[in-house]
Design a protein around this ligand. Structure first.
Ligand code: G3P
Length: 217
């Protein structure tokens, strides 16, 4: 499973990139606003740092305006994936962009039917939001499994990009189901390394090493 980082914080992306944990980046208008930076400037900086796809989202809601914004975003770098919302205008824009060879991430997916439409529109990525469904007591992981089954039934090449990931358990659950990609905040990705028995075991090893005077260099 590929790991995308769901942030516009360049320092956080750099830290994870140095660990080899960044296969791509996703942003959205809320994350850009949180960064306090100009969208074109911060997105360019991210694209220069990361080899994989960097999702940048349009803010227009009508087809023609989405096309204009998407083309502007695509000019930033070759690894831009234009992010459009799962609306009929968004699907139409997706079709246009993908037929031009541009990567497209269709976002705000909350149902299997929406994911089916995105695949038919040729989306490169579909972003089902796991955590926001869980917030409503609807099983977000079940949606990932349903989309996996539908896409596999027909050989759709659209990649399932599990989004709104809130915990390390979400990451391993998505990997078990077979999501192609999961995008998560930096803290969630770093948190995957944590285990209380790792901390306890390391403390014991270090204590024994000190008592025995073990020195390596
Ligand atoms: O990728 C979409 C993601 O940013 C949404 O996450 O936690 O705001 O639901 P969240």
């Amino acid at each position: 499973m590929k790991f995308f980082v769901d942030t516009a914080d360049v320092d956080a992306i750099r830290e994870l990139n140095d660990l080899g944990l960044v296969d791509g980046v996703t942003t959205n208008p809320s994350l850009i606003a949180k960064s306090g930076r100009d969208i074109l400037e911060v997105t360019k900086e991210i694209c220069d740092m990361v080899d994989g796809p960097v999702s940048a989202e349009v803010v227009a809601t009508e087809y023609e305006a989405m096309i204009e914004e998407g083309r502007k975003l695509a000019e930033i770098a070759p690894n831009i994936a234009i992010k459009v919302p799962l609306t009929l205008d968004g699907l139409r824009a997706c079709k246009t962009f993908t037929s031009e060879g541009q990567m497209v991430n269709v976002t705000l997916c909350f149902s299997a039917n929406q994911a089916l439409l995105a695949a038919k529109a040729g989306a490169t990525f579909i972003s089902p939001f796991v955590g926001r469904l869980d917030d409503l007591n609807i099983d977000g992981l079940e949606l990932i499994a349903d989309i996996r089954q539908i896409y596999d039934n027909y050989g759709y090449e659209t990649q399932i990009l599990a989004a709104s990931i809130r915990s390390a358990n979400h990451m391993s659950d998505c990997a078990k189901i077979g999501a192609d990609v999961a995008t998560a905040p930096p803290a969630v990705i770093k948190g995957m390394a944590n285990h209380v028995l790792t901390d306890k075991g390391l403390a014991a090893f270090l204590s024994d090493a000190e008592k025995a005077g073990i020195k390596i260099v």
